[in-house]
Write a protein that binds this ligand. Structure first.
Ligand code: CIR
Length: 262
């Protein structure tokens, strides 16, 4: 049985820009260092390749400080890319900037026509459902206009409410397998994961929730030993990656790639 939600042949990434030092963040803990960011990004790309993906890495786009977080301006379902409308002013133009590459690498491209907003970071896909968390970046209008596209591609869309203190739905959740998510206790308590098993991050390790399942492995950020142990005991093969620089601008593992099959 194949699982389109976590079995991928390809991934698309973008090199971090030097301007990532101007990346958006809710709380300032200092700017990321572009060189360290590039090194961590390189290890991330290598891990995607080791996990079995052909990875295309786009050049840095200095005009958009947050463009390394390539997951936010697009959603890929069944090899079809949907060009989204990111909800942060400084990120809106990332969608048009990414579009030509989506045309090059994906089977098909559909534009989300909306006056609303949808960020890819608010979208968690299972094999048959697209869970969309409303947030400061994703609104009801965007969700309404996304619905026919998602349904046309053979998925059910479920619109949920992300608790207000959480940047993106997937900042605090990720898919572990076709029936299981990793989530923070706060997001799990919001009732978003009906019908799915939930493994909760260990207290104090909430940032571990922005993980990704790629083929046989779960990629987890470094520094979350208890949650890593919990996942290993539950039978997952865990690959630890450093995301110290992405974390300074509220990014994590899921945001740095579009994963897909073709
Ligand atoms: C932002 O605030 O948009 C970026 N600094 C971080 C985006 C992280 N993306 C994600 O969680 N999908």
């Amino acid at each position: 049985m194949s699982h389109r939600s976590f079995e991928f042949t390809h991934a698309l990434c973008r090199m971090p820009a030097v301007s990532v030092t101007d990346g958006l963040r809710a709380h300032d803990q200092g700017d990321p260092d572009p060189l360290t960011f590039a090194a961590e990004h390189g290890a991330y790309v290598a891990a995607l390749r080791e996990a079995g993906c052909v990875v295309n890495v786009l050049p840095a786009d200095e005009a958009f400080p947050d463009s390394v977080f390539i997951e936010d301006p697009a959603l890929v379902l069944n090899g079809t890319a949907i060009v989204l409308r990111p909800g942060a002013q400084t990120r809106l133009g990332e969608a048009a900037a990414l579009r030509p590459s989506l045309m090059e690498y994906m089977n098909n491209v559909i534009d989300l026509e909306t006056s609303g907003y949808v960020d890819g970071g608010d979208i968690l896909c299972t094999d048959d459902r697209v869970l969309l968390g409303l947030s400061a970046r994703t609104n009801v209008q965007g969700a309404q206009d996304l619905r026919p596209i998602v349904e046309g591609l053979g998925y059910r869309l479920e619109v949920l409410q992300t608790p207000p203190e959480i940047l993106h739905f997937k900042t605090e959740s990720s898919l572990l397998d076709e029936a299981t998510v990793l989530a923070t206790p706060a997001l799990a308590a919001s009732g978003a994961f009906n019908g799915l098993n939930v493994i909760e991050t260990v207290e104090g390790e909430e940032a571990a929730a922005n993980a990704i399942r790629v083929n046989a492995h779960v990629f987890l950020s470094a520094g979350f030993l208890k949650t890593a142990d919990k996942l290993q005991k539950a039978g997952y093969s865990v690959k630890i990656l450093n995301t110290s620089q992405a974390a300074l601008v509220d990014g994590g593992l899921s945001c740095m790639s579009l994963r897909y099959s073709r």
